[in-house]
Design a binder for this molecule. Structure first.
Ligand SMILES: Cc1cc2nc3c(=O)[nH]c(=O)nc-3n(C[C@H](O)[C@H](O)[C@H](O)COP(=O)(O)O)c2cc1C
Length: 178
């Protein structure tokens, strides 16, 4: 049975919804899923899973502090174990999916992609294959102006049930690539 770890951070619930949709899709495809927040994931070993899904909201085009602390601590431990090597050789069968929820109120997608690229590098450095980066447009909870007058238009209610259904289906399809 294939295995996946989902580690996600979420302040206002958007990224959590996406994480749950990914979990459902993977489970429907027969993948055994472990899901955790970074604060609960200090002891995980990425290499115990076929797929790691790592998700964060874009906060000033960075991940959350909790996610950043988690990734840096894991990186330090892997460096100590000699797993950070020159040229970052690929480890067969180890995959990462990055997902970022964002509202893009000022400059659109450009203020989310740095967070996704940043996350991906922590896994690329230990030889993981980056299967994809998903950027999910989401309401700026508690801020009507940023949810209606921003670069992305009226994003209230996003991710919608339909958006989440699509994410679930995409996750299901992803399972066949790991
Ligand atoms: C303090 C703060 C900073 C934010 N910075 C960005 C940003 O740089 N880029 C962006 O696209 N959205 C930004 N957002 C919007 C969030 O990324 C977006 O609403 C996200 O879906 C929230 O996820 P969550 O509900 O899982 O916490 C910011 C939101 C807050 C509250």
């Amino acid at each position: 049975m294939k295995t996946a770890l989902i580690v996600y951070s979420s302040n206002t619930g958007n990224t959590e919804k996406v994480a749950y949709a990914i979990q459902l899709g993977l489970e429907e495809a027969g993948v055994q899923v472990t899901i955790k927040k970074p604060q609960e994931a200090a002891d995980v070993d990425y290499f115990s899973y076929d797929l790691v899904c790592v998700g964060t909201p874009a906060i000033q085009w960075h991940p959350t502090r909790q996610m950043d602390d988690f990734l840096k601590a894991k990186m330090a431990a892997y460096r100590k174990d000699g797993k950070i090597k020159p040229s970052a050789p690929k480890v067969v069968g180890k995959n990462v999916l990055v997902f970022v929820t964002y509202s893009g109120p000022h400059t659109g997608l450009d203020e989310a992609t740095p967070a996704g690229k940043y996350l991906a590098q922590f896994f690329a450095h230990v030889g993981f294959n980056i299967v994809d980066e998903w950027y999910v447009l989401s309401e700026f909870c508690g801020n009507e102006e940023n949810s209606t007058k921003g670069r992305m238009g009226d994003i209230r209610g996003k991710p919608t049930v339909e958006d989440l259904q699509k994410i679930k289906e995409d996750a299901k399809a992803l399972a066949s690539k790991i």
